[in-house]
Design a protein around this ligand. Structure first.
Ligand code: PLP
Ligand code: ZN
Length: 405
């Protein structure tokens, strides 16, 4: 039986088809390409019961992943992260059923490892020797580590103020790392120039079709972990939007496979008020977003002023009857400490933003409180130590402390 039922690549804008066994980047019309599978054959050959017996990594869904030969799989054990009930926090937010999908528990400490695992595996299958990308940190870290495992050289450009640990991850992976005094969009321009001149494989967000395939496995896992019954609402911290597009794609595929019960969950794109191009477009009923000038937020992973796949994100929001919400950095910080205080979970600022959005949507009445809600925590809080202020006293070895009741 084939390892993958990948069929072709197709353009969601102009419907043009491309050969998935050759290196492809964007469509000639400028749109990202999406991977299509022969879902009828998948449906006939594999059942969800068989999948449930497989090892707990994202490769358990290999029939609907693009890697054709198992020997090309580059894995560090990513996937099947816990779906945790957040009872105390839910009570505080006024919602009855709240789960957190905790992506902090993947290699490299962020869900970017999913996109990197599948993207790098496919790059290896296609014979790629060098890749390049702009990043806000986590993607560069994940891709350079997985690339190294696949003996692929990586060239990474990130903003100077990206989280320090992500720099160290690139450095220790042996990536060719540069910092730019600017935003991810500025890093993107530098990478484009390298790609055009040196012909290096461009793995910028959505400029190769496979990162989204890795990220979509979050959607498969959420369904499987809920015994194939879909939740009502899924909130996602949206930068480039790959995870949101991926989750939407995964649910459409599972519906075609007849694997899931319930209707399409309402998808919610959560952004920071200092960088909210998708929210602004959604509020105006637009199909595409406008570049967000002077963007700024401490939730670094979602500081993306203009996403190349914005029209796909907005389409998923409209199709799923979801919405888009912006939260302030202050709300993020407050929610991050409340989550730790109540639930013992140290989430990243991007993840905290989704819970702050639940709070807002409950207050506005968009959420009734009876829905089954899933929030995505996209990374480890410990990757951002500077996001937390602590107040501690330094003692001398001879000091004593009094017992505080
Ligand atoms: C990259 C990133 C995001 C945003 O992901 P997209 O799929 O590009 O929207 C959210 N959170 C963290 C921690 C990230 O690193
Ligand atoms: Zn096209």
């Amino acid at each position: 039986m084939p390892f993958s039922y990948v069929e072709s690549l197709s353009c969601p804008k102009c419907q043009k088809k491309y050969d998935a066994s050759k290196v492809q980047q964007l469509c000639t019309c400028g749109s990202p390409l999406l991977v299509s599978y022969d879902l009828q054959r998948v449906k006939n050959r594999v059942t969800k019961e068989e999948i449930e017996k497989r090892p707990p990594t994202l490769w358990r869904y290999h029939e609907v992943l693009p890697v054709q030969n198992e020997c090309n799989v580059v894995s560090l054990g990513e996937g099947m992260t816990p779906l945790i009930e957040m009872q105390k926090l839910g009570r505080r937010l006024g919602v009855e059923k709240l789960h957190m999908k905790d992506e902090g528990l993947v290699p490299t400490g962020s869900f970017k490892a999913r996109g990197a695992a599948v993207g790098v595996s496919k790059a290896k299958e296609l014979g790629i020797k060098e890749l390049a990308m702009p990043t806000n940190g986590n993607a560069g870290a994940a891709w350079s580590l997985y690339a190294t495992r696949a003996s692929i050289k990586s060239h990474i450009v990130m903003p100077v103020d990206a989280p320090l640990i992500t720099r160290k991850e690139c450095a220790i992976a042996g990536a060719n790392l540069y910092l730019v005094d600017g935003l991810i969009s500025d890093a993107g321009k530098i990478i484009s120039q390298l790609v055009n001149e040196a012909g290096v494989y461009d793995v910028s967000t959505l400029k190769e079709p496979y990162r989204i395939e890795g990220k979509k496995t979050m959607g498969y896992e959420i369904a499987e972990q809920l015994e194939w019954k879909l939740p009502d609402v899924i909130l996602y911290p949206t930068g480039g939007g790959v995870g949101l597009i991926g989750i939407y794609k995964a649910i459409c595929e599972m519906q075609a496979l007849g694997w899931v019960e319930g209707q399409m969950p309402k998808l919610v794109a959560v952004q920071a008020s200092g960088c909210a191009p998708i929210v602004s477009a959604w509020e105006n009923g637009e199909k595409e977003s406008v570049f967000w000038e002077n963007s700024t937020t401490k939730a670094f992973g979602i500081n993306v002023p203009k996403a190349i796949g914005d029209f796909l994100v907005l389409d998923a929001l409209y199709q799923s009857r979801g919405c888009a919400v912006a939260v302030t950095d202050e709300e993020i910080t407050k929610e991050q400490s409340l989550i730790a205080e109540l639930e013992g979970a140290f989430v990243c600022p991007e993840g905290a933003a989704t819970f702050a959005a639940v709070r807002q949507l409950k207050a506005s009445g968009w959420l009734k409180g009876t829905e089954h809600i899933v929030c995505l925590n996209t990374g480890q809080g410990i990757k951002y130590p500077e996001s937390v202020e602590e107040h501690v006293e330094v003692l001398q070895p001879s000091d004593r402390i009094s017992f505080i009741r």
